[in-house]
Design a protein around this ligand. Structure first.
Ligand code: 4NP
Length: 173
Protein backbone atom coordinates (compact mmCIF):
# COMPACT_ATOMS: atom_id res chain seq x y z
CA UNK A 1 0.00 0.00 0.00
CA UNK A 2 1.41 3.40 -0.90
CA UNK A 3 1.81 6.10 1.69
CA UNK A 4 -0.88 8.14 -0.07
CA UNK A 5 -3.36 5.27 0.17
CA UNK A 6 -2.55 4.80 3.84
CA UNK A 7 -3.26 8.48 4.45
CA UNK A 8 -6.55 8.25 2.56
CA UNK A 9 -7.71 5.55 4.95
CA UNK A 10 -7.13 7.81 7.92
CA UNK A 11 -10.02 9.67 9.47
CA UNK A 12 -9.16 13.34 9.22
CA UNK A 13 -10.34 16.00 11.65
CA UNK A 14 -9.85 19.74 11.39
CA UNK A 15 -10.63 21.89 14.43
CA UNK A 16 -11.68 25.47 13.74
CA UNK A 17 -11.94 28.63 15.83
CA UNK A 18 -11.60 32.31 15.09
CA UNK A 19 -7.89 32.92 15.68
CA UNK A 20 -6.35 29.39 15.84
CA UNK A 21 -4.39 30.40 18.92
CA UNK A 22 -6.71 29.42 21.82
CA UNK A 23 -9.55 26.92 21.33
CA UNK A 24 -8.74 25.02 18.14
CA UNK A 25 -5.04 24.36 18.89
CA UNK A 26 -6.15 23.14 22.33
CA UNK A 27 -8.72 20.83 20.70
CA UNK A 28 -6.04 19.67 18.28
CA UNK A 29 -3.70 18.75 21.19
CA UNK A 30 -6.46 17.13 23.26
CA UNK A 31 -7.79 15.00 20.40
CA UNK A 32 -4.25 13.98 19.45
CA UNK A 33 -3.66 12.89 23.06
CA UNK A 34 -6.96 10.98 23.17
CA UNK A 35 -6.25 9.25 19.86
CA UNK A 36 -2.71 8.37 20.99
CA UNK A 37 -4.04 7.05 24.32
CA UNK A 38 -6.54 4.89 22.42
CA UNK A 39 -3.73 3.43 20.29
CA UNK A 40 -5.32 4.92 17.17
CA UNK A 41 -2.57 7.28 16.11
CA UNK A 42 -2.11 5.56 12.76
CA UNK A 43 -5.85 5.84 11.97
CA UNK A 44 -6.32 9.57 12.50
CA UNK A 45 -4.97 12.75 11.01
CA UNK A 46 -5.63 15.86 13.10
CA UNK A 47 -5.09 19.54 12.38
CA UNK A 48 -6.48 22.95 13.31
CA UNK A 49 -6.98 26.28 11.58
CA UNK A 50 -8.44 29.73 12.17
CA UNK A 51 -11.05 31.74 10.33
CA UNK A 52 -9.05 34.98 10.56
CA UNK A 53 -5.51 35.66 9.32
CA UNK A 54 -4.25 37.67 12.31
CA UNK A 55 -2.10 35.05 14.02
CA UNK A 56 -0.89 32.97 11.07
CA UNK A 57 2.60 31.63 11.83
CA UNK A 58 2.29 32.14 15.60
CA UNK A 59 2.39 29.69 18.47
CA UNK A 60 -0.82 29.40 20.52
CA UNK A 61 -1.63 32.12 23.04
CA UNK A 62 0.77 31.85 25.99
CA UNK A 63 -2.12 31.45 28.44
CA UNK A 64 -3.51 28.45 26.53
CA UNK A 65 -0.04 26.88 26.37
CA UNK A 66 0.36 27.33 30.13
CA UNK A 67 -3.09 26.10 31.14
CA UNK A 68 -2.75 23.19 28.72
CA UNK A 69 0.69 22.28 30.10
CA UNK A 70 -0.83 21.96 33.57
CA UNK A 71 -2.95 19.14 32.13
CA UNK A 72 0.06 17.56 30.45
CA UNK A 73 -0.86 18.91 27.01
CA UNK A 74 1.58 20.15 24.42
CA UNK A 75 -0.39 22.97 22.78
CA UNK A 76 2.10 24.03 20.13
CA UNK A 77 0.39 24.11 16.73
CA UNK A 78 1.57 26.95 14.47
CA UNK A 79 -1.49 28.96 13.47
CA UNK A 80 -2.78 28.81 9.92
CA UNK A 81 -5.87 30.17 8.21
CA UNK A 82 -8.73 27.94 6.99
CA UNK A 83 -8.47 27.35 3.24
CA UNK A 84 -11.94 26.36 1.99
CA UNK A 85 -10.81 24.79 -1.29
CA UNK A 86 -8.09 22.66 0.20
CA UNK A 87 -9.59 21.93 3.62
CA UNK A 88 -13.04 20.81 2.45
CA UNK A 89 -11.27 18.44 0.08
CA UNK A 90 -8.80 17.14 2.66
CA UNK A 91 -10.85 16.62 5.83
CA UNK A 92 -13.66 14.26 6.80
CA UNK A 93 -14.85 16.34 9.78
CA UNK A 94 -14.51 20.07 10.34
CA UNK A 95 -15.26 20.77 14.00
CA UNK A 96 -16.23 24.33 14.95
CA UNK A 97 -16.31 25.89 18.42
CA UNK A 98 -19.33 28.20 18.22
CA UNK A 99 -22.27 29.28 16.09
CA UNK A 100 -20.38 32.16 14.46
CA UNK A 101 -17.70 29.70 13.33
CA UNK A 102 -20.46 27.39 12.05
CA UNK A 103 -22.13 30.12 10.00
CA UNK A 104 -18.84 31.31 8.53
CA UNK A 105 -17.50 27.89 7.59
CA UNK A 106 -20.77 26.45 6.25
CA UNK A 107 -21.15 29.55 4.02
CA UNK A 108 -17.85 28.62 2.40
CA UNK A 109 -19.02 25.07 1.57
CA UNK A 110 -19.81 24.69 -2.12
CA UNK A 111 -21.68 21.36 -1.88
CA UNK A 112 -24.08 19.75 0.58
CA UNK A 113 -21.52 17.01 1.17
CA UNK A 114 -18.98 19.62 2.25
CA UNK A 115 -21.57 21.37 4.43
CA UNK A 116 -22.32 18.11 6.21
CA UNK A 117 -18.65 17.80 7.17
CA UNK A 118 -19.03 20.81 9.46
CA UNK A 119 -20.00 19.76 12.97
CA UNK A 120 -20.32 21.67 16.24
CA UNK A 121 -18.23 20.79 19.27
CA UNK A 122 -21.28 21.73 21.38
CA UNK A 123 -23.12 18.64 20.11
CA UNK A 124 -20.57 16.49 21.98
CA UNK A 125 -20.52 18.36 25.31
CA UNK A 126 -22.22 15.52 27.16
CA UNK A 127 -20.77 16.40 30.58
CA UNK A 128 -21.86 20.04 30.19
CA UNK A 129 -25.46 19.68 29.01
CA UNK A 130 -26.24 23.41 29.26
CA UNK A 131 -23.29 24.50 27.12
CA UNK A 132 -24.19 25.85 23.68
CA UNK A 133 -20.64 26.50 22.47
CA UNK A 134 -16.99 26.62 23.49
CA UNK A 135 -16.76 30.34 24.31
CA UNK A 136 -13.73 32.30 23.20
CA UNK A 137 -11.41 32.78 26.23
CA UNK A 138 -9.14 35.30 24.46
CA UNK A 139 -10.49 38.38 26.26
CA UNK A 140 -11.08 36.46 29.49
CA UNK A 141 -9.04 35.34 32.48
CA UNK A 142 -7.54 32.08 33.73
CA UNK A 143 -10.95 30.70 34.66
CA UNK A 144 -12.11 31.18 31.07
CA UNK A 145 -9.13 29.22 29.75
CA UNK A 146 -9.82 26.44 32.26
CA UNK A 147 -13.49 26.38 31.24
CA UNK A 148 -12.54 26.22 27.54
CA UNK A 149 -10.21 23.28 28.28
CA UNK A 150 -12.88 21.49 30.36
CA UNK A 151 -15.40 21.85 27.52
CA UNK A 152 -12.93 20.79 24.84
CA UNK A 153 -11.84 17.70 26.81
CA UNK A 154 -15.51 16.74 27.18
CA UNK A 155 -16.26 17.37 23.49
CA UNK A 156 -13.19 15.56 22.13
CA UNK A 157 -13.79 12.51 24.27
CA UNK A 158 -17.42 12.15 23.13
CA UNK A 159 -16.65 13.03 19.52
CA UNK A 160 -13.99 10.30 19.43
CA UNK A 161 -16.47 7.83 20.93
CA UNK A 162 -19.03 8.80 18.26
CA UNK A 163 -16.53 8.36 15.43
CA UNK A 164 -15.37 5.02 16.83
CA UNK A 165 -19.01 3.94 17.01
CA UNK A 166 -19.55 4.79 13.34
CA UNK A 167 -16.43 3.05 12.05
CA UNK A 168 -16.36 -0.73 12.50
CA UNK A 169 -12.64 -0.75 11.79
CA UNK A 170 -12.05 1.28 14.94
CA UNK A 171 -13.92 -1.05 17.29
CA UNK A 172 -11.90 -1.26 20.47
CA UNK A 173 -12.55 -1.38 24.20
P1 4NP B 1 -9.52 31.57 19.38
O1 4NP B 1 -9.43 32.96 20.21
O2 4NP B 1 -10.53 31.81 18.28
O3 4NP B 1 -10.00 30.59 20.38
O4 4NP B 1 -8.11 31.33 18.86
C1 4NP B 1 -9.15 34.18 19.58
C2 4NP B 1 -7.85 34.60 19.49
C3 4NP B 1 -7.56 35.82 18.89
C4 4NP B 1 -8.59 36.59 18.40
C5 4NP B 1 -9.89 36.18 18.50
C6 4NP B 1 -10.18 34.96 19.08
N1 4NP B 1 -8.30 37.85 17.84
O5 4NP B 1 -9.25 38.58 17.51
O6 4NP B 1 -7.13 38.20 17.66
Amino acid sequence: MTRQNQDKEKISLLFICLGNICRSPAAHAIMQRDVDDAGLNDRFSIDSAGIGPWHVGSLPDRRMRQHGARRGLDVSHIARQFDAGRDFRSFDYIVVMDDDNYRTITKMASTDADRRKVIKMSDYLKDHPGAQSVPDPYYGDGADFEQALDLIEDGCSHLLQAIKGKDDGLAMD
